[in-house]
Design a protein around this ligand. Structure first.
Ligand SMILES: [Zn+2]
Length: 480
């Protein structure tokens, strides 16, 4: 629930992982399945005498994101060196943006807890290089030793910083979902890759110091960590313990946050302009990038409502993932748009979520055939759901399964329903002895009649369903 005294701000690190090479060198970004330290070179390891060269496409991607987040793009931008020593940073400084970040003052619309649309302000969007990765032997606060993998070193990162506008853990999650949604629309980001998005969250209660919970890698994790923090800070306040400014770590396994350090030793990073990189006049790039900006989720949602005449919540559901939105548009071209919207948003998405699979497991062609069968009154809604489930539960390339064939083998067509009903009527008529026994109180006699139904339908009827229909028929006949 939204709580008036809760103040949350986020710093989101987004890896531009759809680039082919790193931010300042030619190393491949496709390191996720590689052994540690195999995607490195003298530049991203910061060996003496090496010079960084800016990946122009990375800058273009960054501008694309900043524009999509409604930021003002600075005319000129500049990289700085942020000096600090940490084992994942072999050259002891990180190249980042400081005084002249790429984008300033944007916003994202989310649905607040009260159902109202809320505008979450974005302070800045800046570029920086990703450091390497520490692999701890055990949990971070208890590890005996840690190892370093520099494969990630030098990956292009965007840091998206919000104003403290969020009022609940759930709003924080909505914000992150929306941000991910936009990034995927922009085709600069694959959220399924490990480390694609890492989040630092600042949280405080009005009048108290804030805690920063560092480096959470899932949206669900952020929501849980923040919920834990609210409870922890409230209970401390009740006991009269003041919250001190501190940095905490969220332990996903234990579901708690633990303190890492208190009262930041007022970091002096000794920022100074990176002497090996010249300032970039990016103002000139903006019109070209802007012209190529794709339709974004909010705009697409409005268009779906206007163009296809579908309900707003269907449009919202369909546009919350670019792949689903594209799937819908292909289907809507060949099937009634409203029917398609209802079946994709309400049924198919639910079945996909339940199995934790993506829409690639289903093909637009299959959906078109199913909608056609529903429209033509050839299958019942229950039958259609059964077809969808059968496809998704099938082995191998489920997108090749033929819905019409499933209808036939599983006996799901309305015609089949009629055939089952006819078999039930005939079976009741033919089995006068069993009917009499049943009426005399012999429950088991019904099994005989169901057996006749199964024989007549050559096993296509569902036994449970046949049993129910036979009982109905007998009661109907009894009343007549
Ligand atoms: Zn490199």
């Amino acid at each position: 629930m939204a709580e008036k005294d809760v103040i949350i701000g986020l710093e989101v690190h987004v890896q531009l992982n759809k680039l082919n090479s790193k931010l300042f060198c030619g190393c491949s970004t496709d390191y996720h399945d590689s052994p540690p330290n195999t995607h490195t070179c003298p530049v991203c390891l910061g060996l003496p005498g090496t010079l960084p060269v800016v990946n122009k496409r990375a800058v273009e991607y960054a501008i694309r994101v900043a524009l999509a987040l409604n930021c003002a793009i600075q005319g000129e931008t500049l990289f700085y060196r942020k000096n600090y020593y940490y084992p994942d940073l072999p050259k002891a400084f990180q190249i980042t943006q400081y005084d002249f970040p790429l984008g300033l003052g944007g916003s994202i619309l989310i649905k607040g807890e009260d159902g109202e649309e809320r505008r979450i302000r974005i302070t800045r969007v800046h570029m920086e290089e990703d450091p390497g990765r520490l692999v701890h032997a055990g949990t971070i606060d208890r590890a005996k030793y840690s190892m370093v993998d520099y494969n990630r070193c030098g990956m292009a990162l965007l840091e998206v910083v919000t104003e403290p506008d969020l009022r609940s853990p759930k709003e924080a999650r909505s914000f992150l979902d929306k941000l991910r949604n936009i990034l995927e629309y922009l085709d600069v980001f694959d959220g399924n890759l490990e480390g694609a998005m890492r989040i630092d969250s600042n949280i405080s209660l009005v009048g108290g110091e804030r805690a920063e919970v560092k480096n959470i890698s899932s949206h669900k994790g952020v929501e849980k960590a923040l919920a834990y923090e609210i409870t922890r800070q409230r209970s401390a306040r009740r006991r009269g313990v003041a919250q001190v400014q501190e940095t905490r770590h969220y332990d996903e396994l234990r579901g708690i946050t633990v303190t890492i350090r208190t009262k930041e030793e007022a970091h002096d990073y000794r920022y100074f302009p990176e002497p090996d990189l010249v300032p970039m006049r990016i103002a000139d790039w903006v019109p070209r990038v802007e012209a190529k900006l794709p339709e974004l989720p909010d705009a697409k949602r409005e268009r779906f409502v206007a163009e296809y005449g579908i309900a707003d919540d269907h449009a919202k559901s369909l546009t919350s993932e670019i792949r689903v939105a594209n799937f819908y548009e292909v289907v809507a071209e060949r099937a009634p748009p409203r029917l398609a919207a209802a079946w994709i948003a309400d049924v198919l998405k639910g079945e996909l979520n339940y199995r934790d699979v993506t829409i690639e497991r289903f093909s637009p062609d299959q959906m078109v055939v199913i909608l056609d069968l529903i429209e033509g009154g050839k299958i019942t809604e229950k039958g259609a759901v059964e077809v969808i489930r059968t496809i998704l539960d099938g082995p191998g390339e489920t997108t090749e399964a033929d819905p019409a064939a499933i209808v036939a083998t599983k006996g799901l067509s309305r015609v089949e329903d009629d055939a089952v009903m006819a078999a039930v009527r005939a079976a009741v008529e033919e089995s006068s002895q069993a009917v009499a026994d049943y009426r005399a109180g012999n429950e088991k006699a019904i099994n005989f009649i169901v057996g006749v139904v199964m024989k007549k339908t050559r096993g296509r009827a569902d036994p449970g369903e046949a049993n129910r229909l036979v009982r109905e028929a007998l009661e109907g006949a009894g009343r007549a």
